[in-house]
Design a protein around this ligand. Structure first.
Ligand SMILES: *Cc1c(COP(=O)(O)O)cnc(C)c1O
Length: 318
């Protein structure tokens, strides 16, 4: 009898504690007071979602929360998701699952390497089971036949799509603009992987706000094919395809140098897969006079800094 009560109290305690898992107060706005912006009468703020949590940083908390809620409601004990060796989504899922007492399985693209990435080692530390799948099979990750094979191996699992792409991910991403006062901005900018965050921002922005997305992949067109739930019809959403730097996780010396300079000027670290490309785009668009004088721009720092661990040591100053 006493035991049951104790367990209930413990469970309540864990649930309450989870409320403090993410500290949204840390997502402070940082104003960029750089002369090249001020001279054009632009107010540019960065929403530092990279600071909300050391592991589940950036947009991943927003993208994952409704999946886990759904998994809990449907009484799953195990979640399964997909990603590459340096995936921010994989490490975030591993950590979040541990906090909410789910077992997590990460299906990883490619053969198991001799030396695992930091990301995967950390994921294992957080209790994730890894399953390496060759690239051919991995490309079928959304097929029912492949899911069947995974279910035969792992049993009854709750599937979270790669990158958290899907309606629960969009729903969570809508909440990004609630983190702080965002009504006064004329432009909102973010980078695009699957486009889930972008769709959420488009859905939750005001009609007069222009939402600019910067894809970090090459040769992929977004909307309507990429995202299951099309955003509300909105005329002023814009996707600019010029800043992928050769493709996903590709980089150039120019990008790395830009990230280092930006860090020296502002103290803001970026990652070379996502946010470095976003801030580069922002800066380039400013220099090309894309934004009319008086614009107020909010750029979303969507986190992902752990991915820089794949770079040779000394590449970045931070
Ligand atoms: C995962 C991730 C993204 C991509 O978000 P999508 O919703 O897939 O477009 C962007 N930035 C960072 C830092 C990420 O980790």
């Amino acid at each position: 009898m006493l035991d049951t009560r104790l367990v209930i109290i413990l469970i309540l305690f864990i649930m309450i504690d989870n409320q403090h898992l993410i500290n949204l107060d840390n997502a402070a706005l940082q104003s960029l007071k750089l002369p090249e912006f001020l001279v054009k009468d632009l107010k540019i703020d960065i929403l530092r979602l990279d600071k909300i949590h050391p592991v589940i940083s950036g947009n991943k908390w927003f993208k994952l929360k409704y999946y886990l809620q759904d998994a809990r409601k449907k009484q799953f004990n195990t979640v399964l998701t997909f990603g590459g060796a340096w995936s921010n989504h994989i490490i975030a899922t591993a950590y979040i699952s541990k906090c909410f007492n789910f077992h997590a399985i990460g299906v990883i693209r490619g053969e198991r390497p001799l030396k695992l990435s930091y990301t995967l080692l950390d994921a294992i530390d957080h209790g994730m089971t890894l399953e390496f799948i060759n690239r051919g099979l991995y490309s079928r990750k959304n097929d029912d036949s492949f899911k069947k094979i995974l279910e035969e191996k792992f049993g009854h699992v709750y599937f979270i799509p790669e990158g958290g792409a899907g309606i629960p991910g969009i729903k969570g991403s809508r909440e990004i603009l609630n983190v702080t006062e965002t009504e006064g901005y004329s432009h909102i900018m973010c980078c695009i992987g699957t486009g889930t965050m972008y769709a959420g921002l488009v859905n939750s922005s005001l009609p007069e706000q222009e939402v600019i997305g910067i894809p970090v992949l090459k040769g992929i067109k977004f909307f309507p094919e990429q995202i299951t739930e099309p955003p509300q019809k909105k005329d002023n959403c814009k996707i600019i395809y010029d800043y992928h730097f050769g493709g996903y996780a590709k980089k150039t010396g120019e990008l790395i140098q830009f990230m280092n300079n930006f860090y020296l000027q502002t103290g803001i670290p970026t990652d070379f897969v996502y946010t470095g490309k976003l801030i580069f785009a922002l800066s380039d668009l400013v220099s090309k006079n894309y934004f009319p004088a008086g614009s107020k721009i909010l750029a979303i720092h969507s986190g992902g800094l752990q991915g820089n661990g794949s770079l040779p040591e000394g590449t970045l100053l931070f």
